[in-house]
Each structure stands twice: as C-alpha cells, then as structure tokens.
Design a protein around this ligand. Structure first.
Ligand code: PGA
Length: 279
C-alpha cells in the first residue's frame, strides 16, 4: 500500500500570510507568485508536476488575491472561519461566505488561533464539519507546545487533537480533510522539527486516522494529505518532502516574499516528480 497511496495524495504548498499585507501588497505578492510560477516552472506545469499552491491572505484581501490568481495554478484559502452559517456573531466570517467568494481552502485551528483566540479541539471539530459541508477543504492544524514535547506528551496531544477534530466526520469526507502538523515551538522560531521526527508524528496522525475509520475500510489515513509546518524554508524543503508521511508544507514567514516562496513550490514539484517514478 505504502508508495502507491503516497503518490495518490496531493502535494500541497500553502502560504499562511497571517496578519500581514495591505490589499495592495497582497495583490502584488500574489501577482509575483503567479508570474514566478509561469516564468520559472514551465516544465513542471507542462509535465503536470506542480504541487497544489494555496495562498492564505487575510479576509479583506481574499477577493483581490482571487482576482490575481485567476487562470493560474494557485488556489486561495482563508485563515479561519466561524462554524455557524450566519447571525449575530460580530466580526465573524462563515463557510458559506467563503464559498460564495470562490475560496477553496480554509485553515482551521492554527496554533495561533488556539493560543490567542481560545480555539479548542471541540471548536476545531465544528469548523471542520462546517467547512466540509460547504465543499471547502479544511486544513486542520495540530501540534504540541514546547512544554508538552519536553514532558513527552507530543503523541498524546496530537492524537487528541486529531481524534476530537475529526469527531463525526463521515468516512466519505475524511479524504477531503488536509491535516497540518505544526509543532508550536517550531513556528516562527527558525527552529524546525528534524524531518525524521516530523515524519514520525505525521505517520502517527495517519495511523490515528486509519484507526478511527477502521470499520469503514482499511487504511483510510493513507489517502489524507498531511503537511508539515514550522520554519519551513528553501534549505529544509527537500529533506521534508522526501519523507514518507509528509505530503507538503504550510509556510508562514517564508511565504511573505515571492523569492522565498517560489523555491518551496519548486521543492513541492520535485516531490511530485519523484512520486511519478514510484507509481
Ligand atoms: P513559520 O509559520 O513558517 O513562520 O514558522 C508556519 C505557520 O504558522 O503556519
């Protein structure tokens, strides 16, 4: 099952722009990324070995970034959403609103949302289901804090986040979920988790998903794309993309400039090409 299912999974390079960029700056970054792909990755585009590229700007920049990427290989994602469809929830944005804009992806439960905005595995679960109900691809973020890693709690924490996050998600829908493993201590710190260890935790996530859905079929976790995030940069991408269980990257800091992000897209393309050889 190993390599074949690995090659069936989508390779995704996603940029999380966080609370950065004005509308004009976001438009210009999206334009540079689209132009950079067209100029520097013609061969990859021709051989269909580009990864899925997802740009996640702030809500107010979504429309402009959607305009800029139209007709390009890039897709657009939001950074969070509310799980309710509409109503008196001042400041919130819902899944149907994102769908209406033609957004395809949405980050759910990023560690900064958990840390600063009170999100829990339970609220993440409500959001994952609401995103799926609208046909959005939820990128469910999980990962342990430094003190949890130091106490040897990494596996238990990540398992809990996956099990609760996917509660009552139908087996027919689980392959549409993308999971991002982002150890919190590696986000924005320059310290990335060594690739073999990141791979081990991504493998644990995959097995957890297969176990959760074992009554619905063998190895459903094999179909789920799992990304690594945390200080991903040009010098780390190849080792990360060579791992068995890492299907892509969720990138913060290095997604804010086209010259930093384009090499990561190329790294994703090298993974896609490598997989073509084993399928
Ligand atoms: P970083 O952020 O690449 O700046 O570490 C990753 C993320 O928060 O998704």
């Amino acid at each position: 099952m190993g390599s074949q299912s690995k090659s069936a999974r989508k390779t995704i390079i996603a940029g999380n722009w966080k609370m950065n960029k004005t509308v004009a700056e976001a438009a210009s970054l999206a334009k540079s990324i689209v132009e950079g792909i067209a100029a520097e990755m013609k061969d990859e585009a021709a051989s269909q070995s580009l990864p899925v590229v997802v740009l996640c700007p702030t809500f107010i920049c979504l429309s402009e970034v959607l305009k800029q990427v139209k007709g390009s290989p890039c897709q657009v994602g939001a950074q969070t959403m509310d799980y309710r469809d509409s109503g008196a929830f001042t400041g919130e944005i819902s899944a149907p609103m994102l769908k209406d804009l033609a957004v395809d992806y949405v980050l759910i439960g990023h560690s900064e949302r958990r840390q600063f905005f009170g999100e829990t595995s339970e609220s993440v679960n409500l959001k994952v289901k609401a995103a799926l109900a609208q046909g959005l691809v939820p990128v469910m973020c999980v990962g342990e804090l430094l003190e949890q890693r130091e106490k040897g709690e990494t596996d238990a924490v990540v398992r809990e986040q996956v099990v609760v996050g996917l509660k009552d998600v139908a087996s027919a829908d689980v392959a549409r979920v993308v999971v991002a493993y982002e150890p919190v201590w590696a986000i924005g710190t320059g310290k990335n988790c060594e690739a073999p260890e990141a791979n081990r935790v991504c493998g644990l996530i995959r097995n957890t998903i297969s176990e959760l859905y074992s009554k619905d079929g063998a190895g459903l976790g094999e179909g789920v794309s799992i990304l690594y995030g945390g200080s991903v940069k040009a010098s780390t991408i190849d080792e990360q993309m060579q791992q068995e269980h890492i299907d892509g990257a969720l990138v913060g800091g290095a997604s804010l400039k086209a010259e930093d992000f384009l090499p990561l897209i190329k790294g994703g393309a090298r993974r896609v090409k490598g997989l073509a050889h084993i399928s």
